[in-house]
Structures are given as structure tokens and as C-alpha cells.
Design a protein around this ligand. Structure first.
Ligand code: ARG
Length: 462
């Protein structure tokens, strides 16, 4: 069946072939595999390990195989174990014995490590680009609604007024740290493993740095056994993806809550909502719910690979084939989630009036009253107690704080005066004029800073 002969007398049974094959999923690595093989072949010819003419034939046909795959003309034969074998077997069909020279000074163990690193590097740069889009959507929404005041929550109870923009920029920060985590993982992914051979290194005078340069790697691996057998770079992607998706699930949850009729803070664009098959009035936030739900997969993929790798002896073991599906699934899930979120955020309708009204209820200015007493010389803990009694009095009377008269205020502390009555949600946010606070002046600075960061990273990408 294959042009590769081994020492076995009996072929593997159908179920075994099926059980061991990675071709159904690792065919996704064909571009990386072919790019790696072309770089390796160029190096072999440059070093005089194979004749230039053979290298030219191999490279020409590998390029041809890539287009066959792209055009859907390539036959993926079930009996070939993986994408590496499938491509090499096809090369053999096209070129005969010359194909056999490609695998000189190489093993599938360093080959697959290379392919995975090329794939992960690409995945990281796509993830960074999607993160930037989402950050940009958040900043634009913040800037477009920069004066809207809403309740800030703790324990999901109204706590203090904040600017909506401040709330949105909290997510900018989370996604910024996510981007940094992916960028950091990139440094350790960007290491070229070819030359490690099966495990011990190869016995040919190869030029590893040349291959690294050809493929755009900034470093070469320093220990062949490590290089063929660790997948910590995959785990790092999965870990960073887990944290990022966790952040996304928090944003998803807020979008779901805010679009409920009880909150009614936002309206999703129709393109990001679905109806119900039975209840005609429904507009459900399914996109956000699916993102919230899909976190489970990404955590699962991380735990699966950590578990696969645990206690795995050096060096390559077939267990390592299990690194692929989880990574592919996590990359697909994360990229598609980030992409739909950017669109959903950009098209979100903010119901500023409802947010403002909600920020005027529930004694949300109690902290400001306590702070006011402190500004007039009261000790904070006592001010807190006075205000607590005042709030409970108002609640009993069924009145909001701004419906109490000055004489009612004065019953609780002589320090209250006419200025007390001017305390409002806008004076409340304006007072928090400290780096990281919600005052409009600070939020404007934060928006400018965020825009600058996006601009700089866009420069870096192009
Ligand atoms: N399909 C294998 C994997 O994904 C490729 C390497 C196979 N190496 C081997 N010695 N069987 O890990």
C-alpha cells in the first residue's frame, strides 16, 4: 500500500488503522508541512546532502501537491497514517524514487513538532488581530457614549454610579492582558525544532539556522529530546485562550443581563439575536450565550492536553498526537467568538436613558453622602453609620435620598447643609478623579490611551 516498507509481516487491521490515524484532522497542517519540507529540501541541497536537481524536482512537486489539496483534488487515503505520510506518498507517485530523499536527516517527530509550531504561530497572530478588533469596538462604543452614567455593581447590587465607558474599558484592559499573554507565548513558540530527528539529533551536516530563517523562526531549539517531545507551547496557547474566553464569557453574561427586559440597558442588533419558535415576542441573545457556553470546550481542551502530557517519559510518544484536535478546536472557537463579539459590540444600541434612570435609584449615592460628611470633618466610620441610618429612614418613608428635606438630613448630622442636596450621580462620578477612576476626565484619558495602543499595534501588524 505504501512505498515505505517496514519490518512487519502482517498489515494493521482496519480498526487499528482507523484508531491510529491522525489524517482526518491533521490534514489541516498540510500548508505548514509542505512549507517545512520545502525549507528542509532547500537546506539539504545547499549543504550538498542531496543534488540540487533532485531538490528542484521535490520542491516543484510539493508545490503542486499544495495546489492539489487547495483545489480539493488530493485524495486523502485512509490507510496513510497522517498528513506527513500522505504528502510523501503522493510525492512518490509523482516523482518516483527521488521522493525518498526528502526525509533525509529528518524524522516525523521533528517534522510534526515543526508543523505544530508553524500552526501555533499563525494562530497567535490571528488571535492578536481579532483581539485588537474587539478592543477597538469596545473603545468606539465607549467613546460614542462617553457621557452615559450607569449603576456600577458589586454582588450584582447597584453600588456606585460609573460611566458606561469606564465599565466597557474594564474589558479593554482584560483583553489587553490577554494579548500580552499570547504575545509572550509567541516567544516560546517561535523556536525551530528541525534537526532534532527522531530524538537524538541527526548525523548529517545540516544548517538548522538556514531552515529557521527560511521559515521565519527567530530561534532554533537547544535540546533534541525536548524539542520532539514537549508541547508546552500548545498548552500555553490553550491556557491563554482559556483566560481570554473566560473574559469573553463575563462580557457575554453582561450583554445577556443588560438586554433582559428587567434591565433593558441595551438592545442587540437583530443580526446578533434569534427569535423563539414558539414565543413570538422573544429576542434572545444566543450569540452571547453560545460564547458563554463554549468556554467549557476551551477549558476542556487545556485540561485534556495537560493530562495527556502528565508523566509522559522522554522523548516522543504517540500520546502526543492528541495535541492537535484540542488546539484546532480552541483556535476555531476563540477566533470565531472574538470575531462575532466585535460585530455584536459595534452594533449594540445603548439605552442611555434607562441606564441613567437606574443610576438614580437604590440609594446609589449613599457613599457620596458619607464622603461629604468626611469632607466636613466627620470620621469615615461614623459617616458611614450616619448615612446607613439615613438610608434606612428614607427606605422606611419610601423616599429617595433627593426627596428628603434638609431638616430631615440634619436630624442625622448637623454637618449636612444645602450643598448636600446638590450631590448627584454626575457629581459622584466627577469626584472619582484619580488614575483608574470613573471621572469623565480620567475616562477621556483612558480612551485616548486605548486608542493610542490600538494604533501602535496596528502599525506593528502591517
Ligand atoms: N501523527 C503523528 C503525530 O501527530 C506524527 C508523528 C508520528 N511519529 C511516529 N513516530 N509515529 O504525533
Amino acid at each position: 500500500m505504501s512505498y515505505i516498507r517496514n519490518r512487519f509481516n502482517t498489515p494493521a487491521t482496519e480498526p487499528v488503522v482507523k484508531y491510529t490515524s491522525s489524517l482526518p484532522f491533521d490534514k489541516r497542517l498540510y500548508r505548514h508541512d509542505i512549507a517545512g519540507s520545502i525549507a528542509h529540501t532547500r537546506m539539504l541541497a545547499k549543504q550538498g546532502i542531496i543534488p540540487q536537481q533532485d531538490a528542484d524536482t521535490i520542491i516543484k512537486n510539493l508545490t503542486g501537491i499544495a495546489s492539489e489539496i487547495e483545489q480539493g483534488k488530493f485524495e486523502f487515503k485512509a490507510e496513510l497514517e497522517d498528513i506527513h505520510m500522505a504528502i510523501e506518498a503522493r510525492l512518490f507517485e509523482l516523482t518516483g524514487e527521488v521522493a525518498g530523499k526528502l526525509h533525509t536527516a529528518r524524522s516525523r517527530n521533528d517534522q510534526v513538532a515543526l508543523d505544530m509550531r508553524l500552526f501555533a504561530k499563525e494562530a497567535i497572530s490571528e488571535t492578536l488581530a481579532q483581539l485588537r478588533h474587539l478592543q477597538q469596538s469596545l473603545v468606539e462604543l465607549a467613546e460614542g457614549n462617553k457621557d452615559v452614567v450607569m449603576p456600577g455593581y458589586t454582588h450584582l447590587q447597584p453600588a456606585q454610579p460609573v460611566l458606561l465607558a469606564h465599565h466597557l474599558l474594564a474589558y479593554f484592559e482584560m483583553f489587553q492582558r490577554d494579548a500580552e499573554r499570547f504575545g509572550d507565548a509567541l516567544k516560546r513558540t517561535d523556536v525551530m525544532p528541525l534537526g532534532s530527528g527522531a530524538l537524538a539529533g541527526v548525523a548529517y551536516d545540516i544548517d538548522r539556522d538556514f531552515i529557521a530563517r527560511e521559515l521565519g523562526f527567530s530561534q532554533i531549539s537547544q535540546n533534541s529530546m525536548d524539542a520532539v517531545s514537549d508541547r508546552d507551547f500548545v498548552i500555553e496557547y490553550l491556557a491563554a485562550a482559556s483566560i481570554c474566553m473566560m473574559h469573553l464569557s463575563r462580557l457575554a453574561e453582561e450583554i445577556i443581563i443588560w438586554s433582559s427586559s428587567e434591565f433593558d440597558f441595551i438592545e442587540l442588533d437583530d443580526a446578533y439575536a434569534t427569535g423563539s419558535s414558539i414565543m413570538p415576542q422573544k429576542k434572545n441573545s444566543d450569540v452571547a450565550e453560545l460564547a458563554r457556553g463554549r468556554v467549557g470546550r476551551i477549558y476542556g481542551n487545556l485540561i485534556a492536553l495537560l493530562t495527556t502530557m502528565k508523566a509522559l517519559p522522554l522523548s516522543y510518544n504517540r500520546d502526543l498526537q492528541e495535541d492537535k484536535e484540542g488546539l484546532f478546536d480552541s483556535v476555531d472557537t476563540l477566533l470565531s467568538s472574538l470575531e462575532v463579539f466585535s460585530g455584536m459590540i459595534s452594533s449594540l444600541k445603548i439605552k442611555g436613558g434607562n441606564m441613567e434612570r437606574a443610576a438614580s435609584r437604590d440609594y446609589i449615592l449613599a457613599t457620596d453622602l458619607a464622603d461629604y460628611l468626611v469632607s466636613r470633618g466627620e470620621i469615615f466610620r461614623s459617616a458611614h453609620g450616619i448615612t446607613a441610618r439615613l438610608v434606612s429612614y428614607a427606605a422606611e418613608k419610601g423616599k429617595a435620598l433627593n426627596q428628603l428635606s434638609l431638616s430631615e438630613y440634619k436630624r442625622f448630622s448637623p454637618l449636612f447643609n444645602e450643598n448636600t442636596l446638590t450631590i448627584s450621580k454626575s457629581s459622584s462620578v466627577a469626584a472619582r478623579n484619580i488614575t483608574g477612576g470613573t471621572a469623565p476626565q480620567q475616562v477621556k484619558k483612558a480612551i485616548d490611551r486605548a486608542k493610542k495602543m490600538i494604533g501602535e499595534s496596528n502599525k506593528g501588524v502591517s
